[in-house]
Design a protein around this ligand. Structure first.
Ligand SMILES: [Zn+2]
Length: 265
């Protein structure tokens, strides 16, 4: 009896930790309630528990979508190479451009947009957002979007904070600018000097559904890893889409509740 109670307590604790981590959403639209982001309520945990139980009893037949997102460009050499590889593989992607980089490479930024890729906003100057107050954060989000819209001619609705660091003011600023905060659920850490093999291995052993990859524009290893990533995910039944497509095809609850998937290399 005591044993069973201890085991239940142990699993309960593990589940709460897992839920706290999983309650961090992938996508926060302008209209979303954001209090749960920083302090999940008891009701959020209960909703989470119900969904986890349902997933365990009857695994969701949710269609599998993957989104490749590339932060930090555009760059003179690597962005055209990355674009050519994506075109060759026939996969769409999201490019979270830094406004200042786009001002330096406006023709490349426009070419990526004209090729049908989705353009997101990665601030004007790539600051550490959590060191700034609300007004300065809003300026970075709004000026980044305005700059990218002027250069690409596309409406910019998606925002990703530099280094993935954000606080309550970042979320408020993003929403005040009418933008959707976009995070990720798979991150091979390709901003470090890693090999293509390492990137492929990581994304195959950390598969989710939906799979939103955080990758970086400007990394040769990432471009070299793409063919194997795309082939393995397609073989596992994934369709590659953009963030906007994903939001049209899956409910926000499903997007923000990624399932763990096993993919064989
Ligand atoms: Zn960045």
């Amino acid at each position: 009896m005591l044993c069973a109670l201890l085991l239940a307590a142990y699993w309960g604790r593990r589940w709460v930790n897992h839920a706290r981590y999983e309650l961090t959403p992938l996508i926060v639209p302008p209209s979303a309630q954001t209090s749960a982001l920083f302090r999940p309520s008891a009701a959020d945990y209960v909703r989470r528990l119900v969904r986890d139980m349902r997933d365990a009893i009857a695994p969701s037949g949710r269609p599998r979508y993957a989104v490749l997102t590339f932060d930090d460009g555009p760059y003179a050499v690597t962005t055209p190479a990355l674009l050519a590889e994506l075109n060759r593989l026939r996969v769409p992607a999201d490019f979270f451009f830094i406004g200042r980089n786009a001002l330096e490479q406006p023709a490349i930024a426009a070419r990526v947009a004209a090729a049908g890729m989705e353009i997101g906003n990665h601030t004007l100057s790539h600051p550490q957002m959590t060191t700034l107050g609300f007004a300065a954060q809003l300026e970075e989000v709004a000026d980044g979007a305005t700059t990218l819209r002027r250069i690409t001619g596309h409406e910019i609705r998606l925002f990703r904070p530099p280094h993935g660091n954000y606080d309550a003011a970042t979320v408020q600023a993003t929403q005040a600018a009418g933008q959707t905060l976009v995070l990720w659920d798979i991150e091979p850490g390709d901003w470090r000097p890693v090999t293509p093999d390492f990137i492929v291995q990581h994304v195959l052993t950390h598969a989710k559904s939906p799979a939103v990859f955080l990758l970086h524009d400007g990394t040769e290893s990432t471009i070299a890893a793409l063919p194997r990533i795309v082939a393995a995910y397609r073989a596992a039944g994934y369709e590659f889409v953009t963030i906007s497509d994903l939001m049209r095809r899956l409910s926000l609850d499903d997007i923000n509740d990624p399932l763990t998937v096993r993919i064989s290399p």
